[in-house]
Design a protein around this ligand. Structure first.
Ligand SMILES: Nc1ncnc2c1ncn2[C@@H]1O[C@H](COP(=O)(O)OP(=O)(O)OP(=O)(O)O)[C@@H](O)[C@H]1O
Ligand SMILES: [Mg+2]
Length: 343
């Protein structure tokens, strides 16, 4: 189980690390952090625990039933009808329980996202005096998360109560059967059956709760598995460039059309220009004109819909993204402190 969790984690990390920029545009950090913290914690810690409990109780219940049926063969009818009743309750409740757990996971991601982005933008929030808005937002998200949790717990309790009623009915019927067959089997066996069936009745409730809890916790596996299936940036037909590339710094954009997503309009429409080696160039334009998008094209953060970019006469589409990105350096718009040299 630990190996399964490690594999899930490692595969998901591998995919997220190689995911295209689009993925990071669409997924706030909180959502990603939630999958790698809470969901992984569920898989690491809680799923083994609940599975362990589940198996233990399952064995107890099965042994109780078998020994009671052994003494009172007719008891099998009781077990069957109880089984049908419990399955119906389980079918009704488990859909809601699973979905409320999913809902809780989603709203928790929004809360984490809000907290992370607020912490990142604390200076801006303070400068513009927006503390109240952000605190209100945080309270709202906390409430939403609690609602998800409350609905989940309410559903679990709803099912627990029905299971309890079923279990108690079973205990009553067993007692009646034991009393009715007084004298036909030994008192020791009767009392053993009675004790076991009363025990099983209370355990069934717990068993059903464990089944649902385990199922609900498995939504975390589902969520991590989603990341395992992420599309990653693929490099096809790459060529090897010399180590020092690019040593001149000549850049040519030829009919470059760039769009961030296939369903969006292009942001660069057929751009053509040539920068000579060692030439220093400044790009000027109003906000949203597409200056940063030129850099995105240069780093292949988004794929070109048409046209080509050449650096020192090498078409960057033919160079692997890793080589391209390691061999270029840039100072981003948002201030980030790096430990080390730029190249
Ligand atoms: N990751 C993205 N996904 C979708 N659209 C984007 C993305 N980044 C930028 N855009 C859009 O592309 C256009 C060009 O944006 P870009 O960031 O290149 O402009 P800019 O000239 O760098 O602006 P600024 O001076 O504000 O930095 C804008 O309309 C912007 O909304
Ligand atoms: Mg910009």
């Amino acid at each position: 189980m630990v190996r399964a969790s490690v594999n899930l984690h490692n595969n998901a990390v591998g995919k997220v690390m190689n995911a295209p920029m689009q993925f990071f545009d669409a997924n706030p950090p909180g959502r990603i952090i939630n999958r790698f913290s809470r969901d992984i914690e569920n898989v690491d810690v809680f799923i083994p625990l609940t599975l362990d409990n589940l198996l233990r109780i399952l064995i107890l219940v099965v042994v109780s039933f078998i020994s009671t049926v052994f003494n009172f063969p007719l008891y099998i009818l009781m077990v069957l009808s109880a089984g049908i009743y419990l399955s119906v309750i389980n079918v009704i409740a488990s859909v809601s329980i699973r979905n409320f757990k999913r809902l809780e996971n989603i709203v928790r991601s929004s809360l984490l996202s809000h907290v992370t982005t607020s912490c990142n933008g604390l200076n801006t929030i303070t400068v513009y005096g927006q503390e109240k808005n952000f605190i209100d937002g945080c309270n709202q998200y906390s409430d939403d998360t609690t609602v998800g949790l409350l609905l989940y717990s309410a559903c679990v309790r709803w099912m627990g109560l029905r299971m309890d009623i079923g279990g108690s009915l079973m205990a009553i019927v067993t007692t009646i059967v034991v009393l009715a067959t007084k004298g036909s089997i030994s008192p020791a066996l009767s009392s053993l059956s009675l004790t076991l069936s009363i025990n099983a009745a209370s355990l069934i409730q717990f068993l059903a709760r464990m089944v649902n809890e385990t199922e609900a916790k498995f939504t975390s596996v589902e969520r991590i598995h989603e990341y395992e299936n992420l599309k990653i940036e693929d490099d096809e037909d790459t060529i090897q460039v010399e180590d020092k590339w690019p040593n001149q710094g000549g850049v040519v954009f030829s009919d470059v059309v760039l769009r961030y997503r296939t369903d969006m309009d292009p942001v660069l429409h057929g751009i053509n220009f040539k920068i000579q080696p060692r030439q220093k160039v400044g790009i000027v334009g109003r906000t949203g004109a597409g200056k940063s998008s030129l850099v995105s094209a240069l780093y292949r953060l988004a794929d070109l819909s048409a046209g080509h970019v050449f650096i020192d006469d090498v078409n960057i589409r033919t160079v692997s993204r890793k080589t391209l990105r390691t061999n270029l350096s840039s100072i981003p718009q948002d201030p980030i402190l790096y430990a080390g040299t730029l190249r």
